[in-house]
Ligand binder design. Sequence first.
Ligand code: AMP
Length: 452
Amino acid sequence: MYSKVKGTNDVLMENAKRLSSIEAFLKRVVGVYGYEEIRVPILSQTELIHRSSGDTSDIVKKETFDFEDRGGRMITLRPEGTAPVIRAVIENKLYTRQLPLKLFYMGDMFRYERPQKGRYREFSQFGVEVVGTNSPYMDAEVILMASTIFKLLQVKKYVVKINTLGDKESRENYKNALKEYFKDKLDSLCEDCKERFNTNPLRILDCKVDANSEILLNAPKIQDYLSEKSKAEFEIVKKYLELMNVPFVVDTKLVRGLDYYTSTVFEVVIDGVDGGQSATICGGGRYDDLIKSLGGPELGCVGFGFGLERLADIVDDNIDIYKKSVLCQLIPIGDDAKVHFVKLLNELRLQGVDSEMDYEAKNLKQHFKAADANNAKFIIIAGDEELKAGTLNVKNKITNEEVTLHEGQLIRYMMQVVGESEESCGCGCHHDGEECCCEDGHDEDCCCHKHE
Ligand code: AMP
């Protein structure tokens, strides 16, 4: 008997379905905002990960899966998506295209962490990166998009936390102030924080062990060390979020665990999942120095990463994205109509109109039950009488409108519903050549001008 590697998961069918529904949903949302997919390798040069995350970050110090391949190269399984995506941007000179680039990625990440619920050694992330933007409006748009995802998924009690780490000058001043503050309090801090004091004192603020200690709570706040420019930019981010009705809190202790962040940082957190600790579902921010430090041009960037397992854990099973849905349910009345509809079903599918028919249903009740189970948006129904007349009844389940169409009109009508036909005015008629195939039921705006 073999067992799975510690911290990894078999994603069984039901959960695989949930994850892929969430992935498809996320792709749709970011597609609306103009993001394009990029796929990058799981195997990374170790140097890339160490340099981008920072040699002193927890990820690099304790969590990366590093190994030497058979050719003696040091390889790391990617622990996050940003550095590999930015490497691809540089290597493929994507920055020579129209900027900003709006990229999204999805895939498995690997961190050698202590496994527990919502914390695995292999997990999936969905992330976006905007490359070539210096505008704080873009920071706010990225935060808005993350928050919209929670809203559309009907997640309750999520909190958007934002902060700014300021520009280089602000961060240097702040780091010095933190050093000054912590220097005679080191004995009260955990071992990791003692080290962070020397390597990156900002990270002390992120410490989970000392999180609620008086010392941390009274530490200097970044807001008091911000340059005028950083202050003004952060104000824009806040104003935009207010304008878009995105509820947020400013958390002055929020610094994020990776070295590459600059100015705006944010997290979306769910408080008290399973009555326990809060869980960070999404984290991101601006990283203006990363491209340059990896050998590319100087370009501002901003992005976020979602943990898909954590997101799936908090999304209600009953929401729409998990429900099966088809556009058309075909309901034949009688055996002749059934044979006829089998052909029609195939024609609809060939035209990309997703359609279903219950071959086993013995009566109308069972057909309608199948339509409900499939969440069909249109019911297409016909019996002997309609067959003789060459017509079909089409019912829109959302608006409750019903139309009778000639059979030849159906495909065009449905294709128009799926947005593939721009030719028709909505009357559903063919406009083959000069002749309009329909006989009646047109409004004045019919684009075929036959009914004016
Ligand atoms: P990060 O790259 O650390 O900013 O993480 C982004 C998101 O990935 C987090 O908010 C989590 O939702 C998810 N995540 C990070 N580490 C893990 C892990 N070990 N297991 C599962 N999800 C994780």
